[in-house]
Design a binder for this molecule. Structure first.
Ligand code: PGA
Length: 248
């Protein structure tokens, strides 16, 4: 039985002092025995967030990471900077990074390999545009994203990964995918992992749905056989996040 995982993606929101205030507000609301709770915060909020979450069930994630160890990469964050600060998860390949910061499937793959090398759990994002959905190429596109993201990743590593299926047209738009649409793609992702690694890995890997998840849509989405939780943007900055974690 896979454990559910609900992660907040704060995106470029919250100064360090606002971050601590929000964590204090959310702490009592996100207590859960059976859901892993992750707050993925801006880099500058990581250190105060780790401190504020000590002694709670909240894990801290980063929103991005570079694939080199260190050196002349002005403005980037190295994997051991994250682990040393207490980060356990890292979102990789979010569609906003692909769109605005030119990330490709290949750079996502390099980051995934580096994250595993450092014991970080990657939350690997994939998703189709509205045009791709309308053209009927959603599944092909997602399979390609997954196959490249997992190049040279071992079965043991893959079993520990988290994949976030986020249809781009549903992100920040209030247009949540229907439960059927979300389950169809998440099942196809699991099938793709099965083809790559076999059934044990496919049964172990956790697949989230993301895109306008709310307290209202979470219960039905998270009850689907292939949806193991959510990656939540807008609603992760509000009290609603507590209701999403405690969706049952
Ligand atoms: P949203 O964002 O919940 O605001 O749609 C989700 C995401 O981009 O991870």
């Amino acid at each position: 039985m896979r454990r559910k995982i609900v992660a907040g993606n704060w995106k470029m929101n919250m100064t360090p002092s606002q971050a601590v205030a929000l964590i204090e507000e959310l702490k009592p609301l996100v207590v859960s025995e059976d859901v892993d709770v992750v707050f993925c915060v801006p880099a500058i909020d990581i250190i105060p967030a780790v401190e504020a979450c000590k002694g709670t069930n909240i894990h801290i994630g980063a929103e991005n990471m570079y694939f080199e160890e260190k050196g002349a990469f002005t403005g980037e964050i190295a994997p051991d900077m994250l682990t040393d600060a207490g980060v356990e998860y890292v979102i990789l390949g979010h569609s906003e990074r692909r769109e605005y910061f030119a990330e490709t499937n290949e750079t996502v793959n390099k980051k995934v390999l580096k994250a595993f090398e450092h014991g970080l759990t990657p939350i690997i994002c994939c998703g189709e545009s509205l045009t791709q959905r309308e053209q009927g190429i959603t599944i092909d596109w997602i399979r390609q994203q997954i196959k490249i993201a997992f190049l040279n990743v071992t079965a043991d590593q893959a079993a520990k990964a988290v994949i976030a299926y986020e249809p781009i047209w549903a992100i920040g738009t209030g247009k949540v995918a229907t439960t059927e649409q979300a389950e169809e793609v998440c099942a196809a992702i699991r099938q793709c992992i099965k083809e790559l690694y076999g059934s044990d890995t496919a049964e172990a890997i956790r697949i989230q749905y993301g895109g306008s998840v709310s307290a209202a849509s979470a219960p039905e989405l998270f009850a689907q056989p292939d949806i193991d939780g959510g990656l939540v943007g807008g609603a992760s900055l509000k009290k609603d996040f507590g209701a999403i974690v405690n969706y049952k």
